[in-house]
Design a protein around this ligand. Structure first.
Ligand code: DP6
Length: 356
């Protein structure tokens, strides 16, 4: 049955932000968006940092469209188109098996997304964005797909998005198949396995980054000899060690691996030619602050990590809230912003941290 004129089909979903502790950086196949190495992340609380997306379609929808926080987005790019194409193909398959289903795959899609965090702050918005887009359309199409199936599609929108299809601790297995069919995310452990994990977000700059992840990582792959060492000898060992640290709830190991992997990733950015500088002097001050907090505690109580931008995410355990968030607050004074219920997210937009 084709949809009738007045019928509007709709589904909504949320997807959370995830912050990698073993970083994805480098594409093996640009078209399929498969990575040169596996990666692992912590998904942050959906209550606080998330994209809410509604997917609609009707016979009267004139064209595919996407708005983010009320602004029209360009959807002509190959990545968004790949997500639409794959999801429509799965819906077509369902419709071909059951003639009573409305022909949604032939209708245009209207996607409406809202981020509940500042998009400009560079907080992994594409990860939550594509994860929500794919799941909203999959819900609209009533696809029987698993989160792993959807992660394979979301990966084509933005690599890091595939990990946001899972809560808690999730990994993206790089895969070995030429068609990317085994390059998908899986759950390492649910959030309930280690619910004491907290994340503080230090916004060093809310400005948009000058080199996008997509462009930056391709330049790194093409020019950095250090990067070759990273993907061959560094990351594979760290992935195993990080999975073990999560399974064992071993914060000392988790933290050491997190900080070392962030450092190694940014060293590869520096080794790119011409070099890419994502961190700035505020970021360096945040590293020194974490070092000082750990030294004062005489053990590792916090771990910094930086994505393709200057903002720090600091992981710590709830039991060390006073030591870590307290020390950060003491240094930042009352320049705090929104809060993440899984931790305290401390925003100091535009306010340089003092050098420590
Ligand atoms: C540094 O997922 O944004 O945040 O696949 O080109 O969209 P594309 O890249 P993207 O890169 C994220 C890079 C990172 C590390 C990470 O999240 O693992």
């Amino acid at each position: 049955m084709a949809g009738t004129q007045e019928e509007v089909y709709r589904a909504s979903t949320y997807a959370p932000v995830n912050i990698a502790v073993i970083k994805y950086w480098g594409k093996k196949n640009v078209e399929l968006n498969t990575p040169t190495n596996s990666s692992l992340s912590v998904t942050l609380s959906q209550d606080d940092l998330r994209t809410h997306t509604t997917a609609l379609c009707s016979v009267e929808t004139a064209k595919d469209s996407l708005t983010l926080n009320g602004k029209d987005q360009d959807i002509s790019g190959a990545r968004t188109q790949a997500c639409f194409r794959e999801l429509r193909a799965l819906r077509k398959e369902l419709e071909s098996k059951d003639a009573s289903l409305p022909k949604l795959a032939d209708m245009k899609l209207k996607i409406v997304s809202e981020n509940n965090f500042p998009t400009a702050a560079g907080l992994a918005s594409s990860a939550a964005g594509f994860a929500a887009l794919v799941r909203a359309i999959a819900n609209l199409y009533q696809l029987p797909s698993s989160p792993a199936d959807l992660s394979r599609i979301a990966r084509q929108g933005s690599g890091s998005a595939c990990r946001s299809l899972f809560g808690g601790y999730s990994a993206w297995e790089q895969g070995s198949q030429a068609d990317g069919s085994d390059s998908a995310a899986y759950e390492v452990a649910p959030a309930s396995h280690w619910p004491e994990m907290r994340a503080a977000i230090l916004v060093a700059s809310a400005e948009k980054k000058d080199v996008s992840s997509t462009a930056g990582m391709q330049l790194t792959v093409a020019t950095s000899p250090l990067f070759q060492e990273r993907i061959k000898n560094v990351v594979p060992k760290r992935m195993k060690a990080m999975e073990k640290a999560v399974h064992d709830r071993d914060f000392e190991s988790f933290a050491a691996l997190t900080m070392k992997d962030s450092n190694n990733f940014h060293a590869c950015c520096m080794d790119t030619f011409p070099p890419i500088f994502y961190m700035n002097s505020t970021s360096h001050a945040a590293i020194r602050l974490c070092d000082a907090i750990n030294a004062a505690a005489d053990k590792t109580v916090c771990a910094y990590t930086f994505d393709a931008g200057p903002n720090a995410v600091v992981y710590y355990l709830a039991e060390n809230e006073t030591q870590v968030a307290g020390a950060i607050k003491a240094v930042l004074g009352d320049k705090t912003g929104w809060e993440d219920k899984r931790g305290q997210s401390i925003k100091a937009a535009g306010t340089p941290l003092p050098n420590t």
